[in-house]
Design a protein around this ligand. Sequence first.
Ligand SMILES: [Zn+2]
Length: 609
Amino acid sequence: MKIQYIAVIFIIIILPIAMTMSYYISAQIDTINLQTQYNTKLTNSTYDSMMAFQINTANNRYSSVANSKIRDIEAAASTFYKSLSNNEDMVKQDLTKFVPAVVFTLYDGYYIYTKYENVYAGATATTLGRPQVNETELKKSQYENEGLKPYIYYACRYKKGSSNFVVNFTLDNAITIYGIFNGTYQTLSGYLINPENVTSINKNASQPLNWSVIYNDKQITGDSDAVTIRREHLTEHLLFSDGSQGDYDYLVYNGQKIYYDKNKAATPDLQETNYFIYQNYEKEYLTTAAGNEDRNGYLTSRTSGGILYSTSSVEYYINAYEFSKKVADLTRGITQKDAIDPDGNPMTFTVNTGNDEIFVADTGNDPLLSGSTFNENRMQVIRKSIETNLTTAIAQYGEFYDGQYEFRLPVIGEVDWEKITNQVSVISFMQGLPIGFKYFNNYCVITNDNNEETVRKENIYIITQNSSGQREYHLPGCMELAKPESTSHLKIIDVAYNNLSFIRQTVRISEGNYIYFYPQTRMNGSSIKTITACYHCIVNSGAVYSADEIIEGKVTGQKDDYSGEEEKANVRGSRAVDARLREIRTYYLQALGRERYDLYRFNMESFDT
Ligand SMILES: [Zn+2]
């Protein structure tokens, strides 16, 4: 064959391949570019939405508006869609129609924002007395709704023998259980802890200031690790709209912070007490008017020597102890195998906890610890519920969509499930956008700790003070905090609060005129003594021990030469580091109990009887 023929054949074969390849590669590049753009847009919008929620809750926590949660969520959802539709620089497409659902997970349940039919499941147009119309017509008619679907609790039903009951889980160790237990109907709610750890309950009804309880590990003989939980002296710095400011003792009563103004002049004709709530950035004094006897009695019985004390922590441990014992008696023998779905069929979960009892808390199943059977089931129930309801919501969304694309729930990664089941989060989905040869299908999870919904174990910050009175706050697990005190390292542990106490608060004086304050700053004469974040907590965030290790009272870590693990500190030991860990654990457990007890649990209260 002549070389020219070979050249011609070569061109005939190679040229189309080369052209196709070049087209394919450029399309692939476009796909990746588009994918990145959509991912960025989705992440940014979800982040905006979470920030809107945070601003509406954390920064307004002093406004004490009840029942505003649904309003805050709706505002967050609208922020998400606004942020997403603001994309002129990117594509000339309405991205919002490719979002089948946005999920807002809260303390004891979640909302799904989506399009849905406002018709009872299974009902047809005729049975509802409406004119009979074409099925597809109906779906796109006035019965089509866009918005928040009804709130769904993190709930699971268990059935065994003559017991048939529902457990509502939360993001922490609080549960509500109701239904039939061994033949009788009961409903109760509270915090599940290991009751074996609680001893020496001292709860003399008339003297709450003397109440105490001992929290320790019964596995250990002797009381070297015992933590005595008792009253606490809590203080916050407040700034008022007239520009005045001060430090005030406080406690939380029925979900509301009440402050003590010991210097207030008596006003007998106004019936005002020395206690006030921070309302519209002013002191609103509580009165002695009839009907307030219980509340006023609660306050005066906790005031002594010019100081108002909080007994929330003691109350938390005593109530949790009693609740956990009751729950153990009612649910003995209940395991994961007894979980049933709404149709009565057994449920399967990603993690199988076998024959371990879920709600009987003991040393082997301590609900405060992440690896406990209770906690594993808690996370599994939340995950299963969200998965099931989202699958349905996303598939239904597809019915409103005109195109070819089939909407379905993407696979959510394990790390993301870990976040979703432990923190308040916004999960958004975007799919069906054509990108080159395939469709875009991704999701985004943004979590947030700065809200009034939940107190995570990681969110108890511990305050230390040095010899000159400079205050500093540490994350649980800070190595600097764990160092024993010495003359060169004098950091006396003062008290611990939840993370919100360290966030800047905004006071609106008038339109466009705002002033700011930090609740944990203190007055120093007429000036302000600030509080700073610990430098080591931020820099060495990798080299820390976990909140679980503080609760267990034992910290292990790498040896200095990295040849293996060693015990760094143990509350049962006698070294200086052991004593320091004992101290940290005491303040930590005291604060964890108090902050969880004081948490405003709007939804759970409706179950209390
Ligand atoms: Zn620190």
